[in-house]
Ligand binder design. Sequence first.
Ligand code: P53
Length: 488
Amino acid sequence: MAFPNGFLWGGAVAANQWEGGWNLGGRGPAMTDVTTGGTVTEHRKVTYIDKDGNHCTMLQHEKLPEGAHYAVLDEYHYPNHEAVDGYHHYKEDIALFAEMGFKQFRMSISWSRLYPTGLEKEPNREGVELYRSVFEECRKYDIEPLVTIWHFDTPLYLEEHCGGWLNRETIDLYVRFATTCFTEYKGLVHHWLTFNEINNTIMFLDFAGGEHADQEYQDAYQHLHYQFVASAKAVMIGHAIDPDNMIGCMICGITNYPATCDPKDILACQHQWEKNIYYCGDVQVLGAYGSYATRLWKEHNVSLDITDEDLELLSAGTVDMYTFSYYMSSLVTTHKVTDQVAGNFSKGQKNEYLEYSDWGWAVDPDGLQYYLEMMYQRYNVPMMVVENGLGAYDKVEDDGSIHDPYRIDYFRKHIKAMEKAIENGVDVIGYTTWGCIDVVSAGTGEMRKRYGFIYVDMDDEGKGTMKRSRKDSFYWYKKVIASNGADL
Ligand code: P53
């Protein structure tokens, strides 16, 4: 059997999408608290007050206009404020994960719950104790927590008043937060990820469409550099606090293929891998920028604030494992696109060999095997697939049951692909499906884009009882874990 003993089967969520309790227990607002819902093919929107006092929205990736302030406005619903109320339901949810036999539960710690503005010298004790209780609950069932330190939710105060990740001082504020996590949860948590999908900053410029000014690339690469330094510092501190800590990078893993055998497409595809995928992994795992980085910077006249000390830190603070999310593959071409993908965060030429989800994401299990084999050859460190899943509409039957064969089919194929990679020598140590319980979508803010084995009664408008129910996939995954991946 391919899956090794002790393989870490489980599921994943993030604080801002699961937890809710946005203004409870001393928590401060985060970036994710000023975003409203979107639709199938749109990204979500940020709300703000402009300098004349008008209430406005803009797409999440746009820059706040001069003089404007992020705001929570009465006329909008903010799905992350309550999310699916993990804040009050975590014991029930963890018991359900245990019932499925989870060995590992991936979640994140809300930065603004521990440091409400990001600037405090001491953490908010109530926040610290909340997560201690969550981890203790996991331990009760021998579930290993896998903790993401940053999952898109920078404290709003830092973003609005201090320049967020374009300010070098944010590095030390993040390091203070990470140090608190390592110190407080020593012995309870051994597996950590420094930044979720760190590469999105650069990759999502593509998804946003249109032409981008050089300044946008300048900002994106600078933002990334400060996060790399923050990650490296956190890795070193995490190891010093507990040598048993295993700390990983987390990359949004989209597999890129050339759309034709035109050598120009092959080359364009290679450059896509470099910009969107290798750029971050190389720094975090190998400890230095790849040789192609100078070309990428030159393309957009980027000139970065990088010190010699930074470069030493990057080489000293490399991660112990490579983790990534995997949902889809994408085609790269220099030719005219004849059949355009219509989806959120997916674009370009449609792949005629693949089927697409209702949100336009290409379902491609072979792409997972390809990604695993390619990255293992490049890095040769243990790997985990820490997100994978199908966002789909679910229907609750009159008797309360939820039949989701499409989800089971998706997982079955992807787990088989992962098994093949393991058979081919890749050291995969864990797998956590995304949104093991339905959560708010990161990309659109919708609730109807569901990923869970567990259904949550909550809709896009914020109506629902928050009642949890088991879908058919719940019983299926339980069987998969019990057989260590043999019974698919
Ligand atoms: P949602 C885009 C493309 C691939 C992964 O995404 C992405 C995104 C951002 O939406 O993000 C990860 O909820 C992310 C999770 C997120 C999940 O994928 O848009 O780490 O927070 O929920 C699925 O369907």
